[in-house]
Write a protein that binds this ligand. Structure first.
Ligand SMILES: Cc1cc2nc3c(=O)[nH]c(=O)nc-3n(C[C@H](O)[C@H](O)[C@H](O)COP(=O)(O)O)c2cc1C
Ligand code: SF4
Ligand code: SF4
Length: 250
């Protein structure tokens, strides 16, 4: 069973490509998290978790979801993290989560996809992102083949030593307390009141009030709202004006 979480489509794209090779069932953690659905899941085949990297670790909402849900049938799992650049020491925290859950980790891999974090950085333009995805495709095919063949993935040791420990261990909690906040999202006159941002938000953090989106405090900075808005009517503080929105529709 393949479970993905995706803000802007990269991890969904990887999930679908792996599913096309393995023929395995695909489940959206976005939908489950949005609905507050923590029903148990059962699979005879290994569980394959696919999600972005946030602050050089699994997104906290994904980790919390996995902790809450009972997984049965197979104890074997794979974790595939998409990233804009580097997962650093994320694998250490994946191993820790596996011990907590009693999972038998068959492999971890990082797949570089286009950067989507426009609240802090810049997303590549269409030409650049197409080139990044084309490069990722070869790796996704290899990972998918290994999973289909029930092989362990090659040992992942690209954690970048002390830099990885500091980023994933010390900066990650700072990122959640100081940076991943909803304060600062606002709309412009380009809003067409279509409600898509509210539908996309996996945390139900956006409510439509008199036809306009209003952000509450429960945000994980997934970038789904700001990058998925069809009118580019959402801005974050003064950080996103004029920037390319990145959203891979799959
Ligand atoms: C809140 C946030 C934090 C991020 N942190 C990292 C990171 O630590 N390392 C990295 O390489 N990319 C980071 N990224 C980039 C995403 O992991 C990357 O673009 C990912 O493929 C997006 O996947 P999605 O489209 O499935 O949401 C971050 C993006 C966001 C929105
Ligand atoms: S998705 Fe964009 S256009 Fe639609 S309601 Fe939200 S802000 Fe407005
Ligand atoms: S408010 Fe926007 S950035 Fe925050 S969790 Fe919801 S969709 Fe993601």
């Amino acid at each position: 069973m393949i479970l993905y979480f995706s803000g802007t489509g990269n991890s969904k794209y990887v999930a679908q490509k792996i599913g096309n090779t393995t023929g395995d069932q695909i489940i959206s953690m976005n939908e489950r998290i949005k609905q507050g659905n923590t029903e148990p899941l059962q699979s005879a085949l290994p569980f394959v978790f696919i999600c972005p990297t946030y602050g050089w670790r699994l997104p906290r909402i994904v980790e919390n979801y996995i902790k809450k849900v009972t997984f049965s049938g197979s104890e074997k799992v794979y974790f595939i993290l998409t990233c804009g650049n580097h997962t650093l020491n994320a694998v250490y925290y994946v191993e820790k989560l596996c011990r907590y859950k009693g999972f038998n980790l068959q492999g971890f891999d990082a797949i570089v996809m286009p950067e989507n974090y426009i609240a802090l950085f810049t997303a590549p333009d269409k030409e650049e992102s197409d080139a990044i995805i084309a490069k990722a495709d070869a790796k996704i095919t290899q990972v998918a083949t290994d999973i289909r063949d029930k092989s362990c993935l090659p040992v992942f040791n690209n954690t970048d030593g002390i830099k990885g420990q500091i980023s994933s261990g010390i900066i990650n909690p700072v990122f959640y307390s100081l940076i991943a906040r909803a304060d600062g999202f606002h709309t412009t006159e380009k809003c067409i009141h279509c409600k898509k941002c509210a539908k996309l938000c996996p945390l139900n953090n956006i409510n439509m009030v008199n036809g306009n989106p209003v952000w509450s405090k429960k945000c994980t900075h997934c970038m789904a709202c700001i990058c998925g808005c069809p009118s580019e009517a959402i801005e974050y503080k003064n950080k996103t004006q004029g920037k390319t929105r990145y959203y891979l529709s799959v």
